[in-house]
Design a protein around this ligand. Structure first.
Ligand code: AMP
Ligand code: GLY
Length: 424
């Protein structure tokens, strides 16, 4: 069948890499894609939220399956657009409906969902401009640090963790009264701070059945030792070494099952990925957030460990018979290290020539922000390449990634040399 992947990052290149290996895939398209996807698929110059343009391409190219990478089109209702259109309703779109996507689109909604279905999470309350005074009083009842979250999508920047009470009050006011994060911070969720170690669990669900995919841990800060500004993610490891069977059992029973059952009880059409951000406090897992898509760069370590045919898994997801297919996982560990443009996550330059990719031997290079300029491979984003390796354990895999990174270069290339530092 012909398949379309929507998005343009390392996550989408990884989807393309896996799907291109499937015997069931004939023609593969990526919209808009990058230089990496262009080498294994046909890129279509479309915006991820141009639903009409996407429809036209789907019909023109007899596309039977659409895999949605980023959250934006999901929160804007691409799944509903397909299911409500007579020409598109049989196209197997992998991604939740708009109501499902609200679990990522609204932090307040996600917290209400967790409360409703008894899913362990930090205590919280939410406030708006009208309840600012109550919000400040609520902060006074909490112990530092204070966690403030813009309710809506804020490109991963909407969470503030502050040590000082006065600063927390000021930032709350900036968010609700002075639109610090635009519309996204009209409502702010204030949360109890959870002190522990983070991990992510990825679930593929058809709204009724589910498969738990490999766990992963990403490294979000720009600087070594998890310091400095937040980024989209500077590297990842799968599996998470401390996610043993005891912890995974708790996660499945207390979090995954009630989440999928909750979707079903609320009649939410959900055929896609649920990415559960967790924090382990002592020995107990708590949910920090839901995302309604795969993570990036977590995808670059999760998908290479899936041995089962991805197209078959997606088809079963769309047809709500995920219970009938097997999920086979590679026992090896996977690591990825992101190479980013100097300056990222603040201002950076694009268009720098990337050298050395043809020298890479036993790692996979996923393109995140790249393009071809007059036939030359150049940087085209903050996050540029993800170098993934597989080996018996994460330390061996990391060694391979770093040895290969030494062969790659572009002007002002930067990467963290300490991915996995907290696991040793
Ligand atoms: P989020 O966008 O909700 O994933 O939050 C961004 C980051 O803030 C998370 O990855 C955590 O490191 C941190 N965080 C969020 N909520 C909490 C919390 N309640 N306690 C401690 N850290 C948190
Ligand atoms: N790496 C974090 C995310 O994709 O949200």
């Amino acid at each position: 069948m012909n398949i379309l992947i929507i998005g343009s990052g390392g996550r989408e290149h990884t989807f393309a890499y896996k799907i291109a290996q499937s015997e069931r895939c004939d023609k593969l398209f990526v919209a808009p894609g990058n230089a990496g996807t262009a080498a294994i698929a046909t890129n279509l110059p479309l915006s991820v939220t141009d639903f009409e343009g996407i429809k036209e391409c789907v019909l023109q190219n007899n596309i039977e399956m659409v895999v949605v990478g980023p959250e934006d089109p999901l929160v804007h209702g691409i799944a509903n657009y397909f299911s409500e259109d007579k020409d598109l309703k049989n196209v197997m779109l992998i991604g939740p409906s708009k109501r499902g996507a609200l679990l990522e689109g609204s932090k307040e909604r996600a917290k209400e969902f967790m409360m409703q279905h008894n899913i362990p999470t930090a205590a919280y309350a939410s406030f708006t401009k009208e309840s600012l005074a109550a919000g400040k009083q609520f902060l006074e009842t909490l112990q530092p640090p204070y966690v403030l979250k813009a309710d809506g999508l804020a490109a991963g920047k909407g969470v503030l963790i502050l040590k000082n009470l006065e600063e927390a009050k000021r930032e709350l006011e900036n968010m609700v009264a002075h639109s610090k994060f635009g519309e996204a911070s009209t409502t702010v969720v204030i949360e109890e701070f959870l002190d522990g170690i983070e991990l992510s669990v990825f679930v593929l669900t058809d709204g009724k059945n589910y498969k738990i995919l490999p766990t992963a841990k990403d490294y979000k800060r720009i600087g070594e030792g998890d310091t400095g500004l937040n980024t989209g993610g500077m590297g990842a490891i799968s599996p998470v070494p401390f996610a043993d069977t005891v912890l995974m059992k708790k996660i499945e029973e207390r979090i995954v099952k009630p989440s999928v059952n909750g979707l079903q009880k609320e009649n939410i059409d959900y055929k896609g990925f649920l990415f559960i951000g967790l924090i382990k406090v002592g020995d107990e897992p708590y949910v920090i957030e839901y995302n309604v898509r795969m993570g990036d760069p977590e995808t670059e370590v999760v998908l290479p460990r899936i041995k089962s045919d991805l197209v078959t898994l997606f088809e079963a997801t769309f047809q709500q018979r995920l219970d009938e297919v097997d999920l086979e996982i590679d026992a090896r560990a996977a690591t990825t290290v992101m190479l980013v443009s100097g300056g990222y996550p603040e201002a950076y330059e694009k268009g720098k020539e990337i050298k050395g990719i043809s020298e890479i031997r036993d790692s996979i290079v996923f393109h995140a922000g790249t393009t071809l300029k007059e036939g030359v491979l150049v940087t085209h984003g903050g996050r540029v390449l993800a170098v993934t390796s597989l080996d018996a354990d994460y330390k061996l895999a990391l060694k391979k990634s770093y040895l290969n990174i030494a062969k790659l270069s572009f002007d002002r290339m930067y990467y963290r040399t300490d991915i996995g530092f907290d696991l040793a």
